[in-house]
Design a protein. Structure first.
Length: 176
């Protein structure tokens, strides 16, 4: 089974997925590839496969990616080799989720939505990973992503974290 979890940056995807993986241990999170720099505490091969632009391009041409997309000036993609695992979770942005829908229509696609755009800004600022310019860029992308949520069969509003975590677990267990 393949689960695609998407939604704007800062909405809480990573937080919710951490809880989901604890509650449903058979799930495995795919490690994406990216050309962005590691954040403090991130490790190559664990959080991401950190690739140079040249290496990313080489692997695109080699047909190694299930999907890939540009996001906020950097490149991100799911390597097909990550799908060798069983019951895989992808945490990806919306363009990539659309590509997966085409390639693997049987995938369960879940959109995580914020209670409001203001709350999304608060969370992005509170996380403290990005500069104010990067936050503005991510919020601009978020507007387009929020407009796409109707494309997803499951939409979970991450307002109270425990409620959203319960709902995500319910959707996943129902599919399994
Ligand atoms: P994403 O992976 O979607 O970019 P994160 O999981 O990193 O988002 O969450 C962004 C920030 O919002 C983090 O600081 C996280 O602790 C916080 N957060 C996540 N869910 C909630 C929630 N339901 N209510 C308040 N803050 C939340
Ligand atoms: P971040 O830089 O915050 O780790 O991720 C930025 C965005 O890239 C997030 O929306 C995240 O879901 C998305 N992303 C992470 N990995 C992938 C991937 O493999 N493919 C695609 N399309 N998006 C990804």
């Amino acid at each position: 089974m393949l689960f695609v979890i998407t939604g704007p940056s800062g909405v809480g995807k990573g937080t919710l997925i951490r809880t989901l993986l604890e509650r449903v241990p058979q799930l495995q999170l795919a490690v994406s590839a990216t050309t962005r720099a590691p954040r403090p505490g991130e490790h190559d091969g664990v959080d991401y496969h950190f690739l140079s632009d040249v290496e990313f391009d080489r692997r695109v041409l080699a047909g190694d990616f299930l999907e890939h997309a540009d996001y906020s000036g950097r490149r991100y993609g799911t390597l097909k080799s990550e799908l060798d695992k069983r019951d895989v979770v992808l945490e990806i942005e919306v363009q990539g989720a659309r590509q997966v829908a085409k390639e693997m229509p049987e995938a369960v696609r879940i959109f995580i939505a914020p209670p409001s755009e203001d709350e999304l800004r608060v969370r992005l600022i509170g996380r403290g990973h990005e500069t104010p310019e990067q936050i503005d860029a991510r919020l601009a992308v978020a507007k387009a992503e929020l407009a796409a949520q109707d494309e997803f069969s499951h939409v979970i509003v991450n307002d109270r974290l425990p409620d959203a975590a319960d709902e995500l677990e319910r959707v996943v267990r129902a599919a399994l």
